[in-house]
Design a binder for this molecule. Structure first.
Ligand SMILES: Nc1ncnc2c1ncn2[C@@H]1O[C@H](COP(=O)(O)OP(=O)(O)O)[C@@H](O)[C@H]1O
Ligand SMILES: [Mg+2]
Length: 318
């Protein structure tokens, strides 16, 4: 049974805003990336998972319990990091931590203290005067302090400096090792790429793609850049090598003596044999990233929307 299951979740705020027929599920031990630009519907979805918002259609289940019907139980047990952090400004950081510990029945503060140390949180001052980054760290500590099995993190690294962002990514990997189930929303490709097993991309309130991250990383058709040492070699390749049944030249850059090629894993040996008597300066793979996929996916949808042809596959920008 999935620990988080969303089916046909719909909340129409009018003017084409909201979330529409969103479905995905997260199995125990998975880190799930929820990727989309600002205003795409990430927070709206998460608010339904937490039971803050009632769907018009569809439902969200956490551990088999309906989020709206069992909101207080879900909110008590889940580790939740809100996208926009609203803290009681009259309290100090320490008072807030104490309040959250009492709410969750935590008596042993060892784990909480470790988190405070790890994220270099200074909880002494009043919340009113805390910087955005410090508030974010406080929210991280309180999301993880009861060592929850399921975590829902809404843009967890926004407001953190790059060192803290890297630390947080390492922390998520450690939590994953411990078997935690984690949903992370983000508009930052690299942190989703670094941490997630599965990914859904949301745009304008609708899921436009869901996939296993490794399928993308292990794409069998790869892009390579080759540079020839001499103009003569380049011209010969232009004449004899660019059109071939086993590879495809995506582009040629004559003044650099370079070509960009698309080759299936099975045909790389054939290509290397072919190129052996050419004078080659270098031959390297252009890594396909999640960002390339994300951007190309958007491009493709835009082409379709404009009535153009849809390419048969998605390749990196070059
Ligand atoms: N309570 C609400 N009432 C009206 N519109 C809302 C409400 N909550 C969100 N929206 C709108 O729904 C869209 C998705 O918002 P949101 O889920 O916050 O996006 P994200 O978290 O991906 O940036 C936005 O256009 C936002 O303005
Ligand atoms: Mg948001």
């Amino acid at each position: 049974m999935p620990l988080i299951e969303i089916e046909h979740l719909t909340k129409d705020y009018g003017h084409n805003r909201g979330i529409f027929d969103v479905s995905f599920s997260i199995e125990k031990g998975e880190v799930y990336g929820y990727l989309g630009p600002n205003g795409a519907g990430k927070t709206s979805t998460i608010r339904h998972i937490m039971g803050f918002s009632r769907p018009q259609k569809g439902h969200s289940l956490v551990n088999g319990l309906n989020s709206w019907e069992h909101a207080s139980e879900i909110q008590k047990n889940l580790g939740y990091l809100p996208g926009e952090i609203a803290l009681p400004e009259s309290l100090t950081g320490n008072q807030f931590i104490k309040m959250m510990a009492e709410l969750r029945g935590i008596t042993d503060m060892t784990h909480t203290k470790n988190l405070i140390r790890k994220f270099e949180l200074d909880p002494a001052g009043s919340l009113k005067r805390m910087s955005l980054g410090m508030k974010r760290k406080l929210a991280i500590v309180t999301a993880f302090m009861h060592d929850p099995a399921v975590l829902v993190l809404d843009e967890p690294t926004s407001g953190l400096d790059p060192i803290m962002q890297a630390l947080f990514i390492e922390f998520i990997k450690e939590e994953k090792e411990k078997g935690k189930t984690i949903l992370i929303s983000s508009h930052i490709f690299s942190e989703i790429d670094a941490t997630c097993d599965k990914i859904s991309i949301i745009k304008d309130g609708r899921l436009i793609s869901s996939f296993v991250a490794d399928d993308l990383r292990h794409n069998e058709i790869k892009t390579f850049k080759i540079e020839f040492k001499t103009e003569e070699s380049f011209n010969r390749f232009d004449r004899e090598g660019k059109a071939h049944e086993k590879w495809e030249a995506l582009s040629l850059t004559p003044h650099k003596h370079q070509a960009l090629l698309r080759i299936h894993d099975n045909d790389i040996n054939a290509f290397i044999s072919f190129i052996a008597d050419y004078e080659v300066k270098f031959f390297s793979e252009i890594k396909f990233t999640l960002e390339d996929y994300f951007m190309k996916f958007y491009d493709r949808r835009n082409i379709q929307a404009a009535g153009g042809a849809e390419p048969d596959a998605v390749y990196p920008n070059q």
